[in-house]
Design a binder for this molecule. Structure first.
Ligand SMILES: Cc1ncc(COP(=O)(O)O)c(C=O)c1O
Length: 533
């Protein structure tokens, strides 16, 4: 048993100070609520943590204080839990800093930002094979989540209009997607009062929605199906084409015309480059809208997403606001008003700097590295759930991603059955805890709801910055960690030295689970909380 379980670290700190009984030291709660920096000139000493200081401190002191505090964060390059991009060239930094103070909505003041924004939409539209007839329309967003809200809202409005016109009830909309969906999809349903029909996923179908199952959840109140191009759990692509064909048949039989929104948060910036033959985008007429995160495989820093509709008729007029600025008119269909122009300009920087070929090379490299990691894991103590390293029938083991099962450069894996049988005392969840000690951040998620809810899976997102050199180190560290757990004594020792981090003010400003957790979710029959990201 570890001693620290019985010790309150705050009490220890307080007791360990010089002469605690002399009262020259502040009480524990007081001590916790002010900053104690190391700074020589003491500019930052006594600055409150939870109330705004009456009088500010010099900028250098504020910088030092926050610089020091953020040192405790993980290293973004080693954060393999995240899809979000973490590196751009110096010229991009320069451009971002030159434009950091511009607000995208100030159209007349910053007309170039608007023009660049619209050119981005045009480039993405052609990447996603938007039809030449009709007028594609789109906008930048804060990320895929906002983009999904907008795509969902447009489908809801379109369904409501059609129901109103037909004199039918338009108060009970539902939306269909797999239980592997990222939390943004459920958020859309809950925030905008749409019944969320989660299609359970099965291990036998790679933990993604099977279109044949999805069909059973659809009725006259279904506003649309959201198909995920690149499951957050395993990277598998859901089958947009099959979903569309089944919906065509449904329409023939029942007259129901159900649109598809593709959640291409990651995949819409991978598929066009790595899997050009795959049909998933606007070339499928039933796909009315697509979202992506510019800050994932669009290779921009956090803060940019995109949503496009195949034609402006799919974006209900109620969602479009006219903005009148110093004589000109612009149209806005976003949830937020002000937003930074810099990420949009940074997105265009990538389009110009990398071009199609540059993006293709990076996607190929990410997938190559993901295959290396997958095979190495299979050759050691793991079973790999993702499929991007499995050669398709009739293809060779070459560098072309189209020779393998399609998917994101993501490696999901579990301890092999053989390992679990031989070492039943080992818990998979220990692996990320121990790898954290070596700097790696790798999550161990619960599998999506469905056939195999009790399963857990480890996941590595292979981004541009995870070089082959780092993959080699990662493999060595995973093997080393796993082998050290084999003996009971070894696992006890490792666990004892890799305990969780003590974070005294972590709970500040967070909801209390008893008030906001499961109860809210249960009320609506939704999962709520505890979802992967
Ligand atoms: C499939 C999927 N959809 C939506 C999102 C949300 O994206 P964002 O973080 O850009 O809002 C993610 C994030 O990982 C995702 O993987």
């Amino acid at each position: 048993m570890s001693l620290s379980r019985h010790i309150d670290p705050e009490e220890v700190i307080q007791k360990s100070r010089d002469h605690p009984h002399t009262q020259t030291y502040r009480q524990a709660h007081e001590r916790r609520s002010i900053h104690h920096s190391w700074s020589r000139d003491e500019d930052a000493s006594g600055v409150p943590k939870y109330t705004m200081p009456e009088i500010g401190i010099p900028s250098k002191a504020a910088y030092q204080l926050l610089h020091d505090e953020t040192l405790l964060d993980g290293n973004p390059t080693l954060n393999l839990a995240s899809f979000v991009h973490t590196w751009m060239p110096e010229d991009a930094h320069k451009l971002i800093m030159e434009n950091i103070s511009k607000n995208q909505v100030d159209l007349d003041e910053y007309p170039a930002a608007t023009i660049i924004h619209n050119r981005c939409i045009s480039m993405i539209a052609s990447l996603w094979k938007a039809p030449s007839e009709g007028k594609v329309i789109g906008t930048s967003t804060a990320g895929s989540s906002e983009a999904i809200m907008l795509g969902g809202l447009a489908m809801k409005k379109r369904w409501q209009e059609a129901r109103k016109a037909a004199g039918k009830d338009y108060y009970h909309p539902n939306v269909v997607f797999g239980s592997n969906a990222q939390v943004a999809l459920e958020k859309f349903a809950r925030y905008f009062d749409v019944e969320c029909r989660l299609v359970p996923v099965k291990a036998s179908n790679n933990y993604i929605m099977d279109p044949k199952d999805a069909i059973q959840y659809i009725d006259e109140n279904t506003i649309g199906v959201m198909v995920i191009l690149g499951s957050t759990y395993t990277g598998h692509f859901e089958n947009v084409q099959e979903m569309s064909e089944l919906l065509d048949k449904l329409q023939e039989k029942t007259g129901l015309d159900i649109p598809i929104h593709v959640d291409g948060a990651s995949g819409a910036f991978i598929a066009p480059f790595a899997y050009p033959s795959l049909k998933w985008g606007f070339e499928i007429p039933r796909v009315v809208s697509i979202n992506t995160s510019g800050h994932k495989f669009g290779l921009v820093y956090a803060g940019i997403g995109w949503v496009l509709w195949r034609d402006e008729s799919y974006l209900n007029k109620d969602l479009v606001f006219e903005l009148h600025y110093l004589g000109s008119v612009e149209y806005s269909f976003t949830l937020n008003f002000s937003k930074p122009a810099a990420p949009i300009i940074a997105q265009m920087f990538n389009f110009l700097n990398l071009g199609f070929e540059g993006y293709r090379k990076i996607a190929f490299k990410d997938l190559r590295n993901a295959r290396l990691l997958s095979r190495a894991l299979e050759n050691t103590y793991f079973k790999v759930l993702s499929n991007i390293h499995r050669v398709l029938p009739g293809k060779d083991e070459d560098d072309n991603p189209e020779s393998y099962e399609p998917g994101l450069p993501v490696v999901s894996f579990v301890l092999s059955d053989g390992f679990k049988k031989d070492y039943p005392h080992v818990q998979q969840a220990w692996i990320p805890a121990m790898l954290r000690g070596k700097g790696w951040i790798i999550p161990n998620y619960g599998a999506p709801a469905g056939e195999s809810e009790s399963d857990e899976m480890l996941r590595v997102v292979v981004r541009e910055t995870l070089s082959e050199d780092l993959i080699e180190r990662l493999i060595a560290d995973i093997v080393d960690t796993t082998e050290s757990m084999m003996s009971e004594a070894g696992s006890q020792l490792l666990l004892a030295t890799s305990g969780s981090v003590h974070q005294p003010d972590r709970e500040h400003g967070r909801p209390d689970k008893a008030n906001f957790g499961e109860s809210a979710g249960e009320a609506q029959g939704q999962t709520g909380y505890a979802r992967q990201c």
